[in-house]
Design a protein around this ligand. Structure first.
Ligand code: UGA
Length: 429
């Protein structure tokens, strides 16, 4: 917002976070963010505060707090509610409060009444950014959606987003409920697409087919498309898993639970991929992982992020550790975050240390440096030439040619020791 020319104050009740931001350090890893932060702090358009009264002069207030998973899968709205409670006394009459958080449909209408009691108004403006691409997705989104109660509020948002809208992306103006639903529907669709291809991976494994080749072929149909057809250990993170659960919980409340029952299956397919890696690891090590040395490459839920919330990689590492394996786990950025939630794992800062004398290597987050691993050079660091490519990120043929027992999810050829088909073009996810 500051880079778009607005005067911005960022407020959080966590004063450590505020101090870090004010010093130009983002509290998490996101490519390009530290630099943008430094530029905008230097411009004097951006400051941070733990004191909500600093928001009093603002014309537009964005609510961007998290809505984590609560009991029974429903969204926990307590952060959102307490942020709005704290903001209320600072709200000037005529101000616009804009919700960004992902919420159960119907939340905005309820919050609009609270805001109206102060003579202010509420709009809902869902966020579609992906971690690892946050800056680009924010400054050049593929669409902008406003849920508003009146045209005047759309005009305020147009002024806020003028610098973004000038790129010409679609702008959809709708009611509050539809705007809330657009976000949950989009994430549910993406999760379903990933679980669809992972379901095909299960069938491919059972039938001797190759899911990567299948994804390439069906993706050429423009109605299907290649993106989000990457089979592997499945989706994680702070959004897709909890959003599909919260969506089902809300549908149940609305009496239409049956309509979203399939999302339960989407979730189960996703969890089964993690089970499959744990079983395959045992299979490759002769039936039991106890006492065996396993290198886990990747802990973040996806590359270019240090987020380990519901990360398939961390989950698999923890399960193998619990089964008695000597797991050495590494990640270019996510070790501190992983250590905070799973202190018992053996973390190694370098790839060399993690690989050293491993009997089995698991690639679980497709960081660029892991995709570029050289099979011959990796050979001499380990003590067993076994590899599970949990992201279908490596060139199967090259690894097999270098003598590795290469396995990948949904690619039966990799288990039968036959040559891999010609390289599949990298899927753009
Ligand atoms: C997701 C959505 O993509 C964003 O549009 C949305 O704004 C965001 O949630 C949110 O609700 O805030 P994000 O969680 O950053 O973004 O990550 P994704 O790129 O969607 O990836 C989610 C997971 O799916 C990752 O674990 C990734 O490894 C996995 N994935 C992705 C696959 O397993 N296969 C694929 O083909 C693509």
């Amino acid at each position: 917002m500051a880079s778009l020319g607005h005067d911005v104050v960022g407020i959080d009740r966590d004063s450590e976070r505020i101090a870090s931001l004010a010093a130009g350090r983002a509290p998490f890893f996101e490519p390009g963010l530290d630099r943008l932060l430094a530029e905008q702090l230097a411009s004097d358009r951006l400051r941070f505060s733990a004191d909500m009264s600093d928001a009093a002069s603002a014309e537009v207030h964005f609510l961007a707090v998290g809505t984590p998973q609560g009991p029974g899968g429903a969204a926990d709205l307590s952060h959102l509610e307490s942020a709005l409670d704290a903001l209320r006394p600072a709200l000037a009459s005529g101000a616009l409060v804009v919700g960004k958080s992902t919420v159960p449909v119907g939340t905005a209408a309820r919050l609009a009444e609270i805001v109206a009691a102060r003579g202010a108004r509420l709009a809902w403006n869902p966020e579609f950014l992906r971690e690892g691409h946050a800056i680009d997705d924010t400054l050049r989104p593929d669409r902008i959606v406003y849920g508003v109660v009146g045209e005047a509020d759309a005009a305020v948002l147009d002024a806020v987003y003028a610098g973004v809208l000038s790129h010409g992306m679609p702008r959809i103006v709708t009611d509050l409920a539809t705007a809330e639903l657009v976000k949950t529907a989009a994430n549910a669709f993406l999760a379903t697409k990933i679980s669809f291809i992972n379901a095909m991976a299960e069938v491919a494994e059972a039938s001797g087919a190759d899911v990567a080749r299948l994804a390439e072929a069906i993706g050429h149909d423009p109605r299907i498309g290649h993106r989000f057809l990457g089979a592997g250990v499945g989706f994680g993170g702070g959004c897709l898993p909890k959003d599909i659960r919260a969506f089902q919980a809300r549908a149940d409340e609305l009496g239409v639970g049956e309509a979203l029952a399939f999302l339960g299956e989407v979730d189960r397919i996703n969890q089964r991929r993690r089970d499959r890696v744990v079983t395959l690891a045992a299979e490759l090590l002769g039936g039991d992982v106890a006492g065996r040395r396993i290198a886990v490459l990747g802990l973040a839920f996806k590359p270019d992020s240090d987020d380990v919330r519901d990360s398939p990689a961390l989950d698999i590492a923890v399960r193998l550790h619990a089964a008695g394996a000597h797991v050495r786990a590494t990640d270019p950025h996510a070790i501190p975050a992983a250590r905070r939630v799973q202190p018992e794992l053996d973390y190694r800062d370098t790839l060399d240390e993690a690989l050293s004398r491993a009997e089995l290597v698991l690639l679980l987050t497709e960081w660029r440096e892991y995709r570029l691993l050289d099979p011959a050079a990796t050979r001499i660091r380990v003590s067993g030439l076994r590899l599970i490519d949990g992201r279908n990120a490596l060139d199967a043929e090259a690894w097999r040619a270098a003598g590795w027992d290469y396995r990948a999810l949904g690619r039966a050829f990799a288990s039968r020791g036959i040559a891999a088909p010609a390289a599949v073009g990298a899927l753009d996810v």
